[in-house]
Write a protein that binds this ligand. Structure first.
Ligand SMILES: Cc1cc2nc3c(=O)[nH]c(=O)nc-3n(C[C@H](O)[C@H](O)[C@H](O)COP(=O)(O)OP(=O)(O)OC[C@H]3O[C@@H](n4cnc5c(N)ncnc54)[C@H](O)[C@@H]3O)c2cc1C
Length: 332
């Protein structure tokens, strides 16, 4: 491995000036939970790391009336999970942050790093896309906001330019009464990334008809998936079994899933059908903040014949052992 310089700017201005100076040779490091693995596996070999760790001004959580929640990019995921403000105002978000990996990872990993990494199998993106959050990006050219609906471009690719620092996540206040659920479904250990993560947001009118439905799915394709046409089908309708089932079916038809060690493409299509339905049902039943109740054992969700043999799955390198398990919901 070649020698690497580590730069520790004290301000965003200093950080973006380093990024400008080093260009393609620089890599930002925040909590380091992903970057260190990339370095260890020689996926990257930058000449310098620009560490954001000393920029204290990027570590905050506050609520601004009329705007919503502002989370500094350097806020540890664990702090966002345990924040009284997030728990009270955006409980679905606190619960979702609590489903990332394990406590050791969540203590180091940052909210901004999770989004900037753009791993297809992360948990927070589906919920933040569904909440119509946006991020702030700063470079020497100035500051801009990027809606998360436009942020994720491809596997590990975002709308950020190489010289931009993600500084803040802004989560607008949801409409009063918005019901929500996030279900993380894991097929390996409880602390693993999801095989499929499904966020559902439902707004019902006084008569119980659907005013708005948003369903966003992680881990089934290169970016979070939301199928507007399926959501539209439910508008103005009572969310009966048939209506919810039809929306779930549309998601299953529209998404061409990937295959990895957590499940084959065929298996993921079956799980999309199951979890879109289940997430909508949990959102309707739970009111805002139910991050997804206990899951039925997998054996009860799909016929045994539907389960894919291990040999059909694409092998991937093992994840490092970063500690005890917590957080995920999976088959009993
Ligand atoms: C064992 C293990 C289990 C995991 N399980 C889960 C899981 O279940 N669910 C889940 O969602 N995630 C999971 N993760 C991923 C984890 O959430 C991410 O590694 C973490 O959020 C990345 O944050 P970080 O601060 O450590 O980023 P870093 O590793 O420092 O950086 C990640 C990437 O983002 C870039 N970056 C970081 N901050 C910024 C910024 N402010 N502006 C611009 N670019 C930036 C870096 O250059 C790098 O490309 C797991 C990770 C591990 C190691």
């Amino acid at each position: 491995m070649r020698a690497m310089e580590i730069l520790e700017p004290r301000s965003v201005e200093e950080a973006v000036s380093f990024l400008r100076q080093y260009g393609d040779e620089a890599r930002i490091i925040a909590g380091g939970t992903a970057v260190v693995l990339m370095l260890q596996n020689r996926l990257i070999s930058p000449a310098c790391l620009v560490s954001l760790g000393r920029i204290d001004s990027l570590n905050y959580i506050r609520r601004e009336p009329g705007v919503g929640l502002r989370i500094g990019a350097l806020t540890p995921i664990r702090d966002a999970e345990t924040s009284a403000l997030v728990r009270e105002r955006f409980p679905i978000l606190a619960e979702t942050f609590g489903k990332v990996a394990n406590v050791r990872v969540r203590n180091a990993a940052t909210v901004g790093g999770n989004l900037a990494e753009a791993d297809y199998a992360s948990d927070p993106p589906a919920v933040l896309v569904g909440l119509r959050a946006r991020v702030k990006a700063v470079s020497q050219r100035g500051e801009r906001e990027i809606p998360l609906t436009d942020f994720f471009r491809d596997f590990y690719e975002t709308a950020l330019a190489p010289d931009e620092v993600l500084t803040e996540v802004v989560v607008p206040e949801p409409p009063p009464g918005l019901r929500s659920a996030y279900i993380k479904y894991v097929t390996r250990s409880s602390e693993d990334r999801p095989c499929i993560g499904t966020a559902a947001f439902v707004d019902l009118d006084e008569g119980g008809r659907c005013r708005e439905l948003r369903v966003v799915i992680n881990a089934v394709a290169e970016t979070p998936q939301e199928i507007a046409e399926a959501e539209q089908m439910a508008i103005g309708q009572q969310l009966t079994d048939e209506v919810v089932g039809a929306a779930a079916e549309r998601y299953a038809e529209a998404i061409e899933p990937l295959a990895d060690m957590r499940g084959s493409a065929w298996y993921r299509t079956q799980m999309i059908r199951v979890f879109v339905r289940r997430a909508i049902e949990q959102a309707v039943a739970g009111n805002s903040g139910d991050g997804g109740g206990a899951l039925t054992p997998r054996s009860a969700l799909v016929p045994r014949s539907a389960l894919v043999p291990r040999s059909a799955l694409v092998p991937q390198p093992p994840l490092p052992n970063l500690g005890e398990g917590a957080g995920g919901e999976g088959p009993a």
